[in-house]
Structures are given as C-alpha cells and as structure tokens.
Ligand binder design. Sequence first.
Ligand SMILES: *Cc1c(COP(=O)(O)O)cnc(C)c1O
Length: 354
Amino acid sequence: MRPARALIDLQALRYNYRVAKQLSADKTLAVVKADAYGHGAVACAKALVDLADGFAVACLEEALELRQAGITQPIVLLEGFFNADELALIAANDLWCVVHAQWQLAIIEQAHLARPLTVWLKMDSGMHRVGFFAHEYRAAWQRLHSSNNVASIVLMSHFARADEPDCLRTEEQYHLFQTATAGIAAPISLCNSPALVAWPQLRSDWSRPGIILYGSQPVVTSEQQFLPVMSLVSKIIAVRVLPPGEPVGYGAQFVTQRPTRVGIVALGYADGYPRHAPTGTPVAVGGCVTQLIGRVSMDMLAVDLTDLPAASVGSDVELWGRMVSVDEVAARAQTISYQLFCNVKRVVREYSSY
Ligand SMILES: *Cc1c(COP(=O)(O)O)cnc(C)c1O
C-alpha cells in the first residue's frame, strides 16, 4: 500500500484545546468546519467531547454529520442558514445559527418552528464580508429579540487583521462593536485564534479558536504554545546518485551543483502538498531535516539525501508535523497553514488514541 499518511495526534488536539481554553476568558468553541481543517471533524469532535463547551462548523450539513455521530454539545453554524427550509432542521437538531444579513430576519420572523432558536447575530465591524453594519445592528437585534422564534441571542463579530499585533484595525473594530452594542445585555463572541493569541485584552464570553487547535500558530509570538496535530508522512521509494549539472524533475527547475543523492518521496500535490513549495523547503527524512529539490509532481517529490547517508529506500519522510513546521512550509509556498491542512486528500488518515 502507498505509504502516504496523515497521522493525527488526538492527544495533542486535546492539549491545544486546553491551552486555547486558558487563553479564553470563558467558554470556548472548537471550530471544526471544513472537516476539522482536514483533520476529520467527527474524530476530532469525539476526541474533544469531554472538554469542549461547543463546536463550530460552516453549515447545516457539517453540523448534521456531528449530530449523527452522537455529538450533543452546542454547535454553531458560522455561515448561518442559506434558505428557509433549513430552519426546521436547525431547530430540530438544536443547532445555533449565525444571522448575518437582512434577508434572514424576515425568514426567521415568518418561520413556524418546533422550538425557538439560539441566534448568533453578526456585526460587520470592519471585515466587510458578512454581518450587519454597526448602525443597523441594534434594529436587527430588536427584531430578533421580539420574535417568538428566537430564544436567545449572542452578539458576535469577526476580526480581519488580528494576526497583525501592531495593527490598529483590530482595536477600531472592537470599539465600533462596543459602541454599537452598549446596553444590550447578551453574551459576546469575538476572538478567533489570532485574536486569542495576540489580543488577549479582547477576550469575551465565547471564543472561537480553529487553527491553534491543530497546532499552527497564526501570529509569531515569543513561544510556540501549541503542539502539531497532523504529521503528513510518506516514505522514500527510490534513490539515485547524479553527477553535477543534472536536472531533477519537471522543467529542470533544479540542477545539481555537486554529486547529489536524490531521494524520491511517494507524496505530491495530488495529496495536498503545495506545488509551489520551492527548492529549499524543509523535509525531514529519517528524523533529519533536509530539503525539497525541484518541482513537486502530482504523486512524487524529490529531496536531497547527499548529507544523509543513512537515508535510503523505505526511510520515513515527514513533510510537515513535529520536525517540520507546517507554518514554515506554508510560508515557503506563499500560503497559510489553513490551506495546506484543508487541501490534504488521498492520503490515509491514521488516528492515535488518547
Ligand atoms: C473559521 C472561523 C473561526 C476560526 O478561525 P481561526 O483563525 O482558525 O481560529 C472563527 N470565527 C469564524 C466566524 C470563522 O469563520
């Protein structure tokens, strides 16, 4: 069997949740949207079931997968509902629902529901993606507050630049939110991972960490506090020695400068490894860090084994995980760990017990 694997360390996931919970003022939703950022939503939610105050997913389909797996905690739908038909299922499955647009208010008011909803009312405090503008927010809150279909309301917003510790924008968003919600007595939810790590003064009743649970740190701070959860691994399947001046891989993007021992790894961009990772991107082979050489292919990539004489066919390779930071690979490939995680496919997932 092809040796490409995503090893998922559920113990590390639990550790990271505990750290995130300590950073949070109060309740902490584990964000497990997009199949838990490629880590497997059901397995991750089950591993957190005795710890998590609740979970957050993008949509109803993702929430129903968790309910069907026996998850009974609160689940927030971060993108809310897409049409009126979904409301009955949302109520029946006791899901909490973001409301972010005017068109959703009338649908809620006119719905006939088995039980009233818990609504997370989203303000656009400056991200300018979804949510009610600050000047519309109180009126939206009032309409929901007076609807028989709404049991309770959480006030929420989302930061666009919380991963920039020196940027004034996050505090501007916060002050706009504070001003527009003054006097409304309701729980508040503001912080995603970068906000929790870099803006501890903005903590509120419900935090919403995602990426830090999976061990990637979105803001560079003095210490790495989170443990890697996913190790993307495979094995060396071929080794060849080339003289100087020989090209390796498509397009001859890498040419040997010295006699070079080239190792071929059974993992490529079809598994989710970024095709744009350049020569020099770190890769660990047999526990030692070496580098990617040449273009990443669909099913394979090449590494330099010249200085790793012990490495040979069958050696273990880690593309990211404990030895190679996913954030480093992402930076080399000019993307973010979120995208690398979400792109992982075809490889077999293996879960460690906890
Ligand atoms: C995805 C998401 C989060 C989690 O973001 P991270 O940066 O992964 O912590 C939080 N809140 C909302 C609204 C989101 O969509």
